[in-house]
Design a protein around this ligand. Sequence first.
Ligand SMILES: *[C@@H]1O[C@H](CO)[C@@H](O)[C@H](O)[C@H]1NC(C)=O
Ligand SMILES: *[C@@H]1O[C@H](CO)[C@@H](O)[C@H](O)[C@H]1NC(C)=O
Ligand SMILES: *[C@@H]1O[C@H](CO)[C@@H](O)[C@H](O)[C@H]1NC(C)=O
Ligand SMILES: *[C@@H]1O[C@H](CO)[C@@H](O)[C@H](O)[C@H]1NC(C)=O
Ligand SMILES: *[C@@H]1O[C@H](CO)[C@@H](O)[C@H](O)[C@H]1NC(C)=O
Ligand SMILES: *[C@@H]1O[C@H](CO)[C@@H](O)[C@H](O)[C@H]1NC(C)=O
Ligand SMILES: *[C@@H]1O[C@H](CO)[C@@H](O)[C@H](O)[C@H]1NC(C)=O
Length: 380
Amino acid sequence: MTDNYGRPLGPPPEYKVDRDDTLYHHHPWYNFKYWGKKGWLTFSAVILAIIIIIIVVAVVEAKANRYPDYSELSYSLAETYSGADFFDNFDYFTGYDPSSGFVHYVPEDEATSLNLTYASSSSAFLRVDTSVSNTSVPNASTGRFSVRVTSKKQYGLDNLFIFDVKHSPLGCGTWPALWLSDPSNWPTNGEIDIMEAVNVVSSTNNQMTLHTSSGCSMSVKRKETGKSLTTSCVNSTDDNAGCGVDSSTDKTTFGSTFNTNGGGVLAMELRSAGIRMWQFARDSVPVDVWTGPEPDTWGEATADFPNTDCDISSHFRNQSIIANIDLCGSWAGTQSVYGENCPGTCTDYVANYPDAFTDAYWEFGNFTVWSAANSTASSS
Ligand SMILES: *[C@@H]1O[C@H](CO)[C@@H](O)[C@H](O)[C@H]1NC(C)=O
Ligand SMILES: *[C@@H]1O[C@H](CO)[C@@H](O)[C@H](O)[C@H]1NC(C)=O
Ligand SMILES: *[C@@H]1O[C@H](CO)[C@@H](O)[C@H](O)[C@H]1NC(C)=O
Ligand SMILES: *[C@@H]1O[C@H](CO)[C@@H](O)[C@H](O)[C@H]1NC(C)=O
Ligand SMILES: *[C@@H]1O[C@H](CO)[C@@H](O)[C@H](O)[C@H]1NC(C)=O
Ligand SMILES: *[C@@H]1O[C@H](CO)[C@@H](O)[C@H](O)[C@H]1NC(C)=O
Ligand SMILES: *[C@@H]1O[C@H](CO)[C@@H](O)[C@H](O)[C@H]1NC(C)=O
């Protein structure tokens, strides 16, 4: 059969096949001309979801990237702790040890007569007693003599502290620390640990830590070379471990190697933007720490505690400089910690082995405090 023009009637053999195909080729899902109401609703929902995801990602990223402005402050020398009268600027703590140590902190006259504190023109020493044995009177059956000194002066924001440390204490059972706090308002007024380690028998890493009352976290962006250990600074979390930073990976920041290398210099900057600490080995101490500190030139801090999720200005007030050597107590004396490196039990060791404490001493060069224009310092 043909049509009026003589063409064969009916579709070409391939037409039927084509017809089904066109339906899909000309109305594909992505061609909005053929979308119904349902299609447009789906489209709007997808766009909305994408926008929400973009906003959430941006907010989360912005939050994770928050970081304070640490523009350099201009510091001038406010205080020097040095020379033969080094310890005149400190009070000797004689109360019961708040950290439950196996220790008797002695008053100034006893510390002087036992030579547990001694200062010359170049160095200040603070040591654990090695004269008392288990056959002497008195003996050390209720704890060994040691020293804890607290600076008479207290400091607030916008201060930079430089500590020259020539020797760090070693020995099983020891818990030495160089730190700042307001002991009568703890943890409300905060605690800043510059150097701390326990049961050091050879070389180890220094730990830098903050302790606070509630509302202070370091789960934020930080710029530091050290390794964060725990991020809540609050005294009631992690058994009061604080937010600690392990200062190195090469065990040169506390103990034998640190001492053999002539010690080092620790710097701590306390300001509303945050608290930063640097530990410099003896052979790489920036010369400006002695003449006028310029932290901008020191490179990344060893430990960085920014104010992002911790209001530094309300958590850290009236800070005294404190140096002590505790024995046993709630950290060093915990058997699971003590037993890692040391024999028997902590209290037996401390009571019976006076000769084990000959290396249990701090030797300091000078401490200096540098203040920016707005610093808050108060005598107490
Ligand atoms: C006290 O200790 C210092 C530092 O170790 C030392 O130089 C001095 O000789 C000691 N004094 C006495 C009387 O033992
Ligand atoms: C240590 O001194 C106390 C009090 O003077 C005494 O009771 C105790 O027996 C002494 N311990 C040793 C091991 O001598
Ligand atoms: C933590 O500090 C609060 C005061 O801010 C105090 O009441 C509480 O006893 C402290 N907890 C520990 C474990 O020290
Ligand atoms: C006293 O100390 C010595 C080590 O200096 C130890 O061998 C001895 O067992 C101790 N005595 C007592 C009663 O603990
Ligand atoms: C502190 O000690 C260093 C190193 O010995 C010295 O260069 C500096 O002048 C001393 N600073 C003060 C204020 O005495
Ligand atoms: C010091 O305080 C003034 C007034 O509160 C403020 O404008 C200025 O920025 C502060 N300077 C520093 C270095 O913090
Ligand atoms: C800091 O110390 C000063 C002087 O001792 C005192 O007046 C003030 O109340 C203290 N501030 C805080 C927050 O404890």
